[in-house]
Design a binder for this molecule. Structure first.
Ligand code: WTA
Length: 573
């Protein structure tokens, strides 16, 4: 099982890994962009308009399909449409630096809107469509967003009359707009029809804000991680070398833009390289996914371990019903990719599935397996050229190969987060050791410089490739009238990576029952988000606590998994 998989020997974009590292400078990558000379930058220009100025104008930028739609948009189409949308925003008074949030399922309108937001210099805030009212409220409140783009069917999860900063809502698609309250409603289709297709782009400073991704930590509400236009340097180069994108590729990233993978590599990486990008809406099924690869002749495919494990579980017979011969390169991110899945991928697709590591805060890939590098199944790969990664101990000393410690990245890579919205204290916590960003992951590095994921250093849960903070789920559970206290942990699961398990202590007067456990599950599902709902709820007489009253998630976890509980000296008896 431990054999190394041989590299691709010809045709990859990245030269030999060592050569790439020894000749690499981020300053050279900047030369790929026109702003290298002008100093004026805009992501939407580099991702879309620039290609419209070349022969690529008639090349397909976006293939979109779901159960109802099947459409293709060229770079030229995207230029005009995003210009129109930029004008729609300007017409309603949106300005540079304003936060414009997107809360809708994948659709061409989502991608058009995001480019339009960038064109006028506003900051985009994508929200996953599964979010329920509390999650939507927290994010709109914290960012003080003034515009929201959503659909009529999602509107009942937006408490718009209680959000004083929210002035305008643009509704995409059919449905009724309410007439009450102070918020102004617009129809996407109607406003687009009235807006000009010509627009003067807002030229930005490379350090100006571009996108806010809310992400969960182990304590407190989700935090708004801010990325700036400068991030494109990293997204462009990693898409070239790690995704190995080439002119004729049909590229498919299965992630939703509500998560960082769905923007950095579901939008920016491919378009900065002028590549045709496929978006497939709707739900996962093995038949649908293989059918999508066959129909569009997908050549580069990026997904998550949980998806590969589900495809593996669907059985090899399904694979044989489809023609997957177009596939050249496959990638996985978001949680550990089991060596077993890599070996299965070799057998069934005849491809290496390239694991790579990064996170919302890093804005782009920082550790990866490259086509030109031998691959060790189970390892996340090696640092991207120009990136320095290390395993540090608690005092900030670099640990030698083989020792587990904190995975840290030397601060200063181009797509590093620039702030946590309205929370500088939280931002500073990412840099406990001078000059190093601390990821919150535990890892080891081996003698050959390959990094191996060991686990999280905090209580953050990674379930089906999505990051969930225990605190958000606990807070929601405690809102239920029966719940006195709640603690939430991640429990290993063969398909989902981890599942969410909640431990709950009831208020007096309430009795433990299966019905109540199910009701609590549904409560989180309906108020927060389906993916954040605990799969298991266990009602207990008491929860273990420190003497200062903090619930000890780690103790619950070791009880649950039958592991040693470690130091219990601070536990209240
Ligand atoms: C985890 C997703 C193991 C890790 C891009 C990290 C991984 C968190 C890997 C970030 C990998 C990401 N192997 N674990 N290859 N890639 N992770 O912010 O715990 O949604 O800290 O970004 O996912 O999740 P996020």
């Amino acid at each position: 099982m431990n054999q190394t998989l041989a590299p691709v020997t010809s045709g990859a974009n990245m030269p030999d890994y060592h050569d790439a590292c020894s000749h690499f400078a981020w300053a050279d990558v900047e030369k790929a962009f026109s702003w290298h000379e002008t100093g004026k930058v805009n992501m939407a220009y580099e991702a879309i308009d620039r290609h419209t100025e070349t022969w690529r104008r008639n090349k397909v930028a976006l293939y979109y399909s779901d159960q109802e739609r099947d459409e293709a948009y060229t770079f030229q189409d995207m230029t005009f449409l995003s210009n129109r949308f930029g004008n729609v925003l300007r017409n309603i008074g949106t300005e540079k630096g304003d936060r414009v949030f997107l809360f809708m399922p994948r659709s061409p309108e989502l991608y058009i809107s995001m480019m339009g937001i960038f064109k006028i210099g506003a900051i985009a805030g994508p929200l996953f469509e599964a979010f329920m009212e509390q999650a939507v409220r927290d994010r709109l409140e914290n960012s003080e967003a003034s515009v929201l783009i959503t659909t009529p069917s999602l509107l009942d999860r937006v408490p718009y009359n209680e959000l004083p900063h929210l002035e305008n809502i643009i509704l995409v698609g059919e449905g009724k707009a309410p007439e009450d309250g102070d918020v102004r409603f617009y129809r996407f289709e109607e406003e687009m029809g009235k807006a000009s297709r010509d627009l003067t782009i807002e030229w930005m400073d490379r350090e100006d804000g571009m996108i806010l991704h809310y992400t969960s930590g182990s304590t407190g509400k989700p935090k708004g991680v801010l990325h700036v236009h400068n991030a494109m340097i990293q997204q462009y180069q990693t898409a070239k070398w790690v995704l190995d994108l080439k002119e004729d590729d049909i590229y498919w990233c299965t992630a939703d833009p509500g998560w960082v993978t769905g923007t950095s590599y579901g939008i920016f990486g491919p378009w900065l390289n002028g590549i045709s990008n496929l978006v497939r809406g709707g739900r996962f099924s093995a038949e649908d996914w293989y059918g999508t690869i066959e129909k569009y002749r997908v050549s580069v495919w990026l997904s998550a371990p949980t998806a590969f494990r589900r495809l593996m579980a669907a059985g090899d017979d399904v694979v044989k019903q489809f023609d997957l011969s177009s596939l050249r390169h496959a990638l996985s991110v978001g949680e550990p990719l089991n060596a077993e899945v890599v070996h299965w991928g070799m057998n069934i697709y005849n491809l290496r599935i390239h694991d790579h590591w990064w996170m919302t805060e890093t804005g782009g890939i920082v550790i990866a397996n490259y086509p030109t590098m031998p691959m060790k199944p189970g390892s996340m790969g090696r640092p991207f050229p120009g990136v320095q990664a290390a395993i540090l101990d608690e005092e900030g000393n670099e640990l030698p190969p083989g020792q587990m410690g904190r995975l840290c990245i030397k601060a200063g890579w181009p797509s590093m987060l620039r702030s946590v919205w309205n929370n500088d204290e939280r931002f500073q916590k990412y840099f406990p050791v001078e000059g190093w960003f601390e990821s919150g992951d535990l890892a080891t590095m081996d003698e050959d410089g390959y990094f191996w994921f060991e686990g999280r250093d905090d209580d953050v849960i990674q379930t089906s490739g999505e990051r969930v903070g225990p605190f958000e789920v606990e807070s929601k559970l405690v809102e239920h009238p029966s719940v006195a206290e709640a603690a939430v942990i991640g429990k290993p699961d063969p398909v989902r990576g981890q599942i969410i398990k909640a431990f709950v202590a009831l208020k007096t007067g309430y009795e433990k029952s299966n019905e109540l456990e199910e009701e609590l599950r549904q409560f989180v599902k309906q108020k927060l988000a389906a993916h954040a709902a605990p799969r298991e709820v266990e009602i207990r007489d008491f929860l273990p606590k420190t003497r200062s009253g903090k619930i000890m998630r780690r103790v619950l976890k070791s009880w649950e998994l039958d592991l040693p509980t470690g130091d219990l000296s601070t536990m209240e008896k």
